[in-house]
Design a protein around this ligand. Structure first.
Ligand code: ADP
Length: 578
């Protein structure tokens, strides 16, 4: 559950601190803008009876004065709006950036459960809405509120009795507004949830477009999509209907109120409590209340919708984070690549152990093949080594240091991953290999040479500056894998975690990747989730994982001569023969 304060905009106020000068300057302009309203009401009181009297000279004087006040007011409004836009935009940018920063640290197991479409929606649409609310609050709601106060104070000065009568209207309007506000907020939340479900489904659907086609499941997918957009339409309609109902009701109440006040005003003039000039000013001031009230009503609804968006953004921030470094975490520079796994057990969900009492010792420079059926826990072991997750029992030692006491940045510089499915971000090949690290062109080229990628990259028209398309579709699968290998070896890590690709490449591409791998593996400890018999045969150690336990351990010849699970796996071709 999220408390009101967590979704409150007040929590964002500290972000305004660095902009205090702009806020003061904006505030001064806002005060000038607001003060002009009662001044204009007073001028209206001067003007209207003079028009009735046909006093052209006075009318001209007052009109010129009114024009001047209007001019000053509009200039002040312009200055206020421009100056205050900066801090407002800054807050929404900070908020988006904070959430994204947090997202980068959310536990990967949690992240996998969130839909990428939903996250994207929250960071774009929701963040935009919050930004708009912040902008409106600073630049519209605040001056409207001040205008109400200033104009009403002037009305009290003119005739407090008539003002009190006017004030009686306010609670009725406020009650109606807040009642509707709550309903609109609820409807808006439902509608936003629908949109983000829709975005989630869309994300999924786009990723699996080819799969859907392959199974001729377009109709089924269309139905799922239609069902989702239907729900979205209904939810949106509910919000719009409420809004449609709200405007006429509030409008009618306002109109009745004004007519009532005209009647009371006439009585006040008759009794001599107010002159016609004062009454004209009063009516002008009253009319000046309508606009800010209507703005405040709309802004209040948007504010409620914005609150729902802010809550959804804050929900992301509530996701559990990866454990951060302990104080005084061990700093390591270049490791030897020795790994010791001791009595390690791990479960994603309580009472369902994915790894059970694992003991593995890997010496520097060894190649260790992890084999076993899918679901045995091989990838989980990689996640543990990369410290994405923490074991419930046992420990891992890297070069003799407790893995969880090492600075995570240092650790991840030492352990590089070549995933099974290579993903690259859009950008140049150079950027894809660097992946945010500081490296010279020479270092990148050296990594590409090791990864057997330098030649093909150099032959591309733009060389290292070639732009990779989304998911690397403008280079072949084998080339993409070599880019991923270059990316992994760039920092000269002491350990390479290799998840062998299962999809087969053609013989030529395969041998190019194999060469890249054998070069990349030199002078490094390598843990490889192996699907190829050749990799397994050449490994110094083979670890057969089965349902989370080490079933067998040894090299190829030892395990074949011993017989058992490994031999069975080989003969059942669970390890792919070349
Ligand atoms: P392998 O790599 O050997 O195929 P994994 O390490 O991916 O096996 O998975 C081991 C077990 O852990 C499987 O039963 C899998 O369903 C489960 N598992 C993997 N990732 C998660 C996760 N994020 N949350 C819950 N269970 C998971």
């Amino acid at each position: 559950m999220y408390t009101q304060t967590e979704a409150s905009f007040r929590g964002l106020l500290p972000l305004l601190k660095p902009h205090i000068r702009k806020l003061i300057l904006g505030g001064v302009s806002m005060s000038i803008y607001v003060i002009c309203w009662p001044l204009l009401a007073w001028l209206a009181g001067e003007l209207i009876p003079s028009i009735g009297d046909g006093d052209f000279l006075k009318v001209s004087r007052v009109i010129i004065l009114a024009l001047f006040v209007f001019l000053v007011q509009k200039i002040a409004q312009f200055i206020q709006d421009t100056i205050l836009a900066g801090p407002a935009l800054f807050i929404s940018q900070e908020l988006r950036s904070d959430v994204f920063r947090k997202l980068q640290r959310v536990e990967l197991t949690r992240l996998e459960k969130l839909s990428s479409g939903d996250i994207a929606y929250r960071l774009t649409e929701d963040a935009d809405r919050v930004g708009e609310v912040i902008y409106k609050t600073i630049q519209d709601t605040t001056p409207c509120l001040l205008q109400l106060v200033a104009v009403f104070a002037y009305m009290l000065y003119l005739d407090w009795r008539l003002s009190i009568a006017t004030l009686l209207l306010a609670p009725i309007v406020t009650l109606l507004v807040s009642n509707f506000g709550a309903k609109v907020m609820h409807a808006a939340e439902i509608s936003q949830r629908q949109v983000s479900d829709l975005a989630g489904l869309l994300g999924e659907a786009i990723q699996s477009l080819s799969l859907v086609r392959a199974f001729a499941a377009e109709e089924w997918m269309q139905k799922r999509f239609n069902k989702e957009i239907n729900l979205h339409r209904k939810a949106r309609f509910r919000t719009l209907r409420l809004l449609a109902f709200q405007h006429p009701v509030v409008g009618f109440i306002e109109a009745s109120g004004i007519l009532g006040i005209l009647a009371i005003g006439a009585a006040r003039i008759q009794s001599g409590g107010l002159d016609s000039q004062g009454f004209s000013s009063f009516i002008a001031a009253l009319l000046m209340l309508i606009d800010p009230i209507s703005h405040l009503t709309t802004n209040f609804n948007e504010f409620k919708q914005g609150q729902a968006s802010l809550r959804r953004l804050r929900e992301l921030e509530k996701e559990p984070c990866e454990q951060i470094d302990i104080p005084n975490a061990t700093v390591i520079k270049k490791g030897t690549g020795q790994i010791l796994i001791k009595d390690l057990s791990f479960s994603y969900v309580a009472e369902k152990e994915v790894l059970k009492e694992i003991d593995i010792k890997i010496m520097p420079g060894q190649v260790v093949a992890l084999v076993g059926p899918s679901g045995a826990g091989k990838s989980t072991l990689f996640s543990l080594l990369l410290r994405f997750i923490k074991p419930q029992k046992g420990n891992i030692y890297f070069d003799g240091h407790d893995l969880y006491k090492i600075r995570v940045q240092d650790l991840r510089k030492q352990i590089a991953l070549v995933p099974q499915r290579v993903t690259v971000l859009s950008g140049t090949i150079l950027e894809a290999i660097k992946f945010g690290r500081n490296a010279t062109k020479k270092e990148v080229e050296k990594a590409a040479l090791i990864a057997n990628a330098h030649d093909f990259i150099s032959e591309l028209p733009d060389g290292y500056e070639t732009k990779l398309e989304e998911r690397g579709t403008n280079v072949s699968g084998g080339q993409l894998q070599r880019i991923a290998i270059a990316r992994a070896v760039l920092g000269n890590p002491s350990v390479l975690l290799l998840d062998e690709a299962t999809s087969s490449l053609d013989a030529e591409a395969e041998s190019a990747v194999q060469l890249a791998l054998s070069q990349a593996m030199q002078n490094r400890t390598v843990l490889v989730i192996a699907h190829r018999l050749s990799t397994v045969q050449e490994a110094d150690q083979i670890i057969v994982l089965e349902r989370g336990s080490v079933a067998q351990q040894g090299n190829h010849d030892e395990l074949i001569s011993k017989g058992g699970r490994y031999k069975e796996l080989c003969s059942r071709q669970l390890i792919r023969h070349q």
